[in-house]
Design a protein around this ligand. Structure first.
Ligand code: ZN
Length: 352
């Protein structure tokens, strides 16, 4: 896959400074901005065997295997959840370290969203024992914030004493969720995030996404790759149901219980992200009106001023919820709690 336009400048400087790329690097970028692909390209750069100065060369044996997702010295560790949204070459590589115990896998009823200590042990073993194809080996971990505590502890040892020629690339959109011990052992590289205009331009010209859809979803804080994945009829309908429900909830035409029930069947994390961004947009509009906004705000300035405290508390509550380990809080109950707070008309009647 090609390097996204917003990563180009960084990519060129990485190519030039290949020799000094640290053995443990934490790459940080917003969700949906092509973090896994950039990680894979960087791994390919580190693994390229060509004599030429321009790497990756795209033609050596190593580059060809990287492109097919079958490089023996590229060790990709991920979660089933992340694999579901990554492209095929990523999945080809990461399958190697999926649960080896098939009974364990079959017993599970949910999609695995954490990286386990077994996965880290398996990769450490292969990095230590096998002679590589070339002089480098790369272990790529995405999303690194999905490492559970035991897995993080097991990884720590390898980060402290990497074997010669080994690189660890940790990719994360929520680096604050990584244990400080892991963070302190990596050099952090913050990737450039695309601006809203840049994302909309890329979606509409490169991928023929409808302008209005692109504007709405980007305005709600989704990354361009998240929008691309959502650009199906079904998801757009679900998104519209959410916006209609939220409009009804705010205006008092839909009650909180109905809203939470109807919306609860869709992706709750996405729902909460959209609600959070709507609150942010409403609050921002109330202090800094920008009437030219392409996407109208659902929470008007008047409401934002009147319910300022409530909005701030809901905004922070969602932020906290999204940063907690998955499934640690009942999502449906949390959604109902939020819905009750946002039923402004109802709350106003109660207050008076
Ligand atoms: Zn090459």
């Amino acid at each position: 896959m090609a390097i996204s336009p917003w990563h180009q400048a960084l990519w060129h400087s990485l190519q030039e400074r290949r020799q000094v790329i640290p053995s443990s690097t934490l790459l940080v970028g917003r969700p949906g901005t092509d973090l896994p692909n950039l990680g894979l390209e960087l791994a390919g750069l580190l693994l390229c065997d060509a004599e030429s100065s321009v790497k990756p060369c795209a033609s050596c044996r190593s580059c060809q295997m990287s492109a097919r997702g079958v490089h023996p010295d590229l060790h990709v560790i991920s979660t089933e959840e992340a694999e579901g949204i990554c492209d095929r070459s990523f999945r080809n590589q990461s399958m190697r370290y999926d649960d080896t115990d098939s009974t364990k896998r079959e017993r599970r009823t949910t999609v695995r969203s954490i990286i386990t200590v077994d996965q880290i042990r398996a990769v450490t073993e292969s990095l230590n024992k096998s002679a590589g194809l070339g002089s480098s080996k790369v272990c790529l971990i995405y999303p690194a914030d999905a490492l559970n505590l035991n897995a993080a502890n097991a990884l720590l040892k390898s980060l402290e004493e990497p074997t010669a020629g080994s690189y660890y690339l940790l990719l994360s959109s929520f680096p604050g969720n990584l244990p400080p011990t892991i963070r302190s052992r990596c050099s952090r590289l913050d990737l450039n995030n695309p601006s809203n205009d840049e994302s909309i331009e890329w979606l509409t010209t490169e991928h023929n996404v409808d302008l209005e859809v692109a504007q709405q979803l980007i305005a709600h804080g989704l990354g361009p790759y998240e929008v691309l994945q959502m650009n199906t009829r079904e998801d757009i309908v679900a998104y519209q149901v959410l916006i209609d429900g939220l409009t009804g909830l705010i205006s008092g035409n839909v009650n909180a219980g109905t809203f939470a029930r109807e919306i609860g069947i869709y992706d709750r994390v996405l729902t909460l992200k959209v609600i959070q961004s709507e609150i942010y947009r409403g609050l921002r509009e109330s202090v800094l009106p920008r009437h030219s906004a392409d996407v109208p705000v659902l929470i008007t300035s008047n409401l934002a001023l009147e319910f300022r405290e409530v909005l701030f508390s809901v905004y922070y509550a969602i932020g906290k919820f999204l940063s907690w380990p998955k499934k640690s809080v009942d999502e449906q109950l949390f959604l109902e709690h939020i819905a009750h707070k946002l039923a402004f008309t109802h709350n106003r009647v109660l207050n008076n």
